[in-house]
Design a protein around this ligand. Structure first.
Ligand code: AMP
Length: 191
């Protein structure tokens, strides 16, 4: 028992170390005071990319997930890989004006601004099981908007998955209060 726990803990720290060392932090981007967590270095690292995707899908392997919805733009990369792994469809949630067909639209607030996002009206059908994906959750404004779009079309949010959590900004708590289970792999204190 102790040995199993020890192994599990050793694996956990390895995952955390792998991800933390693969993510680059850019101070004062896109504006002063923001510590931008840049996952392009993680995506460029074959082992870290695979581990992040494998760990995010782990609890849902074997369950029927109809759609993975990814938030523009980094959520497309992670979400596409996750959809492939789960044999699910992929749905892009985009900034307004980018999708060519009929859309549903929602306004949302960001850690640094306000914007609107859209999803194709026919992308998710009533009762479909959906996993929402983005690289990072901060205030949760973006993910909250995405949850609203998915639910508006009758989708059931099985989980909202992010590589990075910034727990001090309250996004996880906001999504959980909406009844959306949240899965994250690593957390950074502060913002
Ligand atoms: P929020 O709506 O506040 O949860 O912000 C989440 C969205 O903004 C995600 O799409 C993130 O990619 C991006 N974002 C917010 N804060 C950061 C940060 N410190 N580093 C990198 N991306 C961020």
């Amino acid at each position: 028992m102790g040995r199993t726990k020890g192994n599990a803990e050793a694996m956990k720290s390895t995952l955390e170390e792998t991800l933390l060392s693969a993510i680059r932090t850019i101070p004062d981007y896109p504006k002063p005071g923001i510590l931008f967590r840049d996952i392009t270095t993680l995506l460029g690292n074959a082992r870290a990319f695979r581990r992040a995707v494998d760990e995010l899908v782990h609890p849902y392997a074997g369950s029927k997930i109809d759609k993975v919805a990814g938030i523009e733009a980094r959520g497309f990369i992670l979400g596409g890989a996750i959809a492939h792994q789960l044999s699910s469809g992929f749905v892009p949630i985009r900034k307004k004006g980018k999708l060519p067909h009929d859309t549903v639209r929602v306004a949302y607030s960001l850690e640094y601004g306000i914007d609107e996002m859209e999803m194709h009206r026919d992308a998710i059908a009533e009762g479909e099981k959906v996993i929402l994906v983005d690289d990072l959750i901060a205030t949760g404004g973006t993910a909250e908007g995405a949850v609203k779009l998915i639910r508006q079309m009758g989708g059931e949010i099985v989980a909202a998955c992010f590589v990075i959590d910034l727990p001090d900004l309250g996004g996880r708590a906001k999504l959980e209060a909406l009844g959306a289970p949240v899965r994250t792999l690593i957390a950074y204190e502060g913002h």
